[in-house]
Design a protein around this ligand. Structure first.
Ligand code: KG4
Ligand code: ZN
Length: 354
């Protein structure tokens, strides 16, 4: 099976070609036209500007993906496209292009949820371990922070999510507060390398409810929460900067301590999910999964506390937005999931397809 996948949900125009290799999706080409340089001067993504840039890039990017893979149109079996969630003006470009190509080339079209794409980045074959079910996925991106339990393919049970900001948003907003360039994640990660994690004490947010008294008056512990909250952490950083006379050393120390708090919160809830669900595999995914410190801290924590759980992370190029992950998800979709009767959906929820 050969798949052309298209992704345009935010600020990357991407296309990839995948093929079946021993029952797993393998990437033949993965082209990403990033708009980072365009949005950098505004300090964040400007939706109208992003939509226009997608229109210009989408056909050349698809063309390049096909050429690099050496695959001809007639050889394609499926076209996959991100249907949401994302920016509406950006999504429309990918979806309408995919619908037009599907009609013109007579190829079945598979709408893919961007979030399942992030998860399925872990199923791209790279010669390493293959995720085994049941699994728990930590999905950390610019718009989402979730823990997901999967007993099988396309079966998503959300067991934890953020009540306010996403982890990526915490990085992006934190970087703005510290005067570091967009996108904030890589900026904070680079700055943190120069600073000390022990310099400042930022809160590790735990949303577990306080114990309640039962009818007999005894205190009953509530279940440990798997939900996240990052907006208080961001406010703590803002308040701290107001009390300090900023210097390069202070900026680096704040970045290191702030990043540590985000990572510890993610590790804390991941370990709780492993305790509760004892899956065979734990996978990390989403743009924030490109963070080297997060990758290694999670690995350390899981190896020491859950040595029998296998821990998988995608290559960094498949963490931030790309089309290969969208194709990987479509690889596992069933034929009945094909069709063009769908519209781009900015708030598309992650729902089981099984
Ligand atoms: O998945 P993604 O590319 O786009 C969305 O679906 O949102 O994630 C983007 C997010 C941004 O918030 C960005 O700052 C963050 O991922 N990010 C990182 C790193 N690289 C990207 N966060 C921390 N460390 C990184 N190295
Ligand atoms: Zn994403």
């Amino acid at each position: 099976m050969k798949i052309l996948a298209i992704e345009s949900s935010c600020d990357e125009t991407a296309a990839a070609i995948l093929e079946d290799q021993n029952g797993q999706p393998a990437v033949l080409s993965n082209v990403v036209a990033s708009q980072i340089d365009i949005h950098k001067k505004y300090g964040g993504v400007v939706p109208e500007v992003a939509a226009r840039a997608h229109i210009e890039a989408v056909i050349p990017v698809i063309d390049e993906a096909l050429k690099k893979a050496g695959v001809k149109l007639v050889e394609l079996d499926r076209i996959a496209v991100t249907a949401g969630p994302g920016l509406i003006g950006s999504l429309v470009v990918g979806v309408e292009t995919a619908k037009a190509l599907s009609l013109a080339w007579q190829k079945p079209l598979y709408p893919v949820n961007h979030l399942e794409g992030h998860i399925y980045a872990n199923f791209i074959t790279g010669g390493g371990k293959k995720p085994e079910f049941p699994l728990v996925a930590l999905l950390v991106s610019g718009g989402h922070t979730m823990l997901i339990y999967m007993e099988n393919h396309l079966d998503y049970q959300i067991i934890g999510c953020t009540r306010d900001d996403a982890a990526g948003e915490a990085f992006d907003k934190g970087a703005k507060i510290l005067g570091l360039p967009y996108p904030g994640g890589p900026s904070i990660a680079a700055e943190a390398q120069k600073g000390s994690v022990a310099a400042y004490n930022f809160p590790i947010i735990d949303l577990t409810q306080a114990p309640k008294r039962n009818l007999l008056g005894f205190l009953e512990k509530s279940e440990l929460s798997l939900d996240f909250s990052f907006s208080g952490l961001k406010t703590a950083l803002l308040n701290k900067t107001k009390t300090l006379k900023m210097t390069p050393k202070i900026t680096a120390d704040l970045a290191a301590s702030y990043q540590k708090a985000i990572i510890e919160t993610l590790v804390q809830n991941s370990l709780r999910a492993l305790t509760k669900y004892h899956p065979k595999t734990f996978i990390l995914s989403g743009g924030v999964a490109a963070n080297a410190k997060l990758r290694s801290e999670l690995e350390k924590a899981i190896q020491s506390k859950f040595p029998h759980t296998s821990y998988l992370i995608p290559k960094t190029c498949f963490c931030t937005d790309n089309a290969a992950m969208i194709g990987a998800a479509a690889f596992y979709h069933r034929e009945k999931q094909a069709g063009d009767d769908f519209n781009p959906e900015p708030n598309l929820e992650l729902k089981s397809l099984s």
